[in-house]
Ligand binder design. Structure first.
Ligand SMILES: Cc1cc2nc3c(=O)[nH]c(=O)nc-3n(C[C@H](O)[C@H](O)[C@H](O)COP(=O)(O)OP(=O)(O)OC[C@H]3O[C@@H](n4cnc5c(N)ncnc54)[C@H](O)[C@@H]3O)c2cc1C
Length: 286
């Protein structure tokens, strides 16, 4: 497992990989991981410390920042190095209506970044790198014992992270009884996974794992269908990296039409079956 991570990091550009190899670190433990990362930052003095804005990263980053008395910008959606070499940390503010550039006053600059917002470098499998071991001596004793594991997200939602086509569903489809019609379209698009707005997640029409946007996933399909959804910024921030977006909405003044490449004004219940039939016909003719 460690070897696979090392290979991935090196292939994607790491020149040095720091390895914390200790059996007590196999399962995430807040205290032990905090100790290892705090020591690593103190010892190696990096210019920037970045963690993913995942459940783990959101737990770990503030603790490490507090131990080191560093500022922390949480949940960035983009990063840039400015002309003065400072890290510009972009973070949505005021419910996503503005994106604020944040500069750190402390060093190293420290931030968590939302998964899916930055494109990974293309891997170069032939690369080599130094491997340095981190100090894992005298780690704090585990205060939490895992007694069982259950759940996990639906595999169809996980597909959103790497899919080529995604079908986005908003409250405008009317109710969960209409999902089968959307699923027919998704099937005609080679089984594209469904993305949903927060309104749809709040109504419980599909599990929240499918939610895309500010407080959901960020996805990068080649083609995104936005069906019966308004195009609130909090949703569309999650599809910023989609190549082509198609919006279907019955209101010609809907904000979605300012954010998509192709807009279809009409009742989804009429447009979607026509689209599905055309795709199925095209597939049969292939
Ligand atoms: C802090 C914060 C975080 C948020 N995070 C997220 C997030 O991560 N993801 C997210 O999605 N939202 C998020 N939201 C909510 C967001 O602001 C919107 O409320 C939500 O995205 C709207 O969902 P919707 O477009 O499905 O519903 P609505 O706003 O109700 O829009 C429904 C749309 O369907 C259209 N429609 C109705 N009938 C039809 C029909 N027959 N045919 C075609 N179109 C039709 C309507 O014209 C309308 O445009 C967040 C909000 C806040 C404040």
């Amino acid at each position: 497992m460690l070897e696979r991570w090392r290979e991935t990091l090196v292939a994607h550009g790491a020149d040095t990989v720091y390895l914390a190899d200790d059996p007590s670190l196999t399962d995430y433990d807040t205290d032990a991981y905090t100790a290892v990362l705090t020591r690593a930052v103190e010892h190696h003095r990096p210019g920037v410390v970045l963690l993913g804005s995942t459940a783990l990263g959101r737990d770990l980053a503030p603790r490490v920042a507090a131990r080191l008395e560093l500022g922390l910008t949480g949940d960035c959606i983009d990063l840039m190095i400015d002309d003065e070499g400072r890290l510009v940390q972009y973070k949505p503010a005021f419910g996503g209506n503005v994106v604020a550039p944040i500069f750190s006053r402390t060093s190293p600059e420290m931030a968590t970044v939302r998964p899916g917002m930055l494109s990974a470098r293309s891997p170069s499998p032939g690369r080599t790198a130094r491997v340095e071991r981190l100090d894992t001596a005298d780690l704090p004793e585990r205060r939490v014992r895992v007694v069982s594991r259950s759940g996990g997200e639906a595999p169809s939602a996980a597909e959103l992270d790497s899919c080529e086509i995604a079908v986005g569903v908003g409250k405008g489809i009317g109710g969960p009884e209409n999902l089968p019609e959307i699923e027919k379209l998704a099937a005609a698009l080679d089984g594209a996974p469904l993305a949903i707005t927060r309104s749809v997640a709040d109504l419980g029409w599909l599990p929240r794992h499918h939610q895309v946007g500010l407080t959901g996933r960020s996805i990068a399909p080649k083609l995104y269908f936005a069906i019966g959804l308004r195009g609130a910024l909090e949703h569309t921030v999650g599809i910023r990296r989609a190549d082509i977006a198609v919006g279907i909405n019955n209101r010609d003044r809907s904000p979605i039409f300012k954010q998509v490449d192709v807009g279809i004004v009409g009742d989804w219940a009429e447009v979607v079956p026509l689209l599905t039939a055309a795709l199925e016909e095209a597939r049969a003719a292939r």
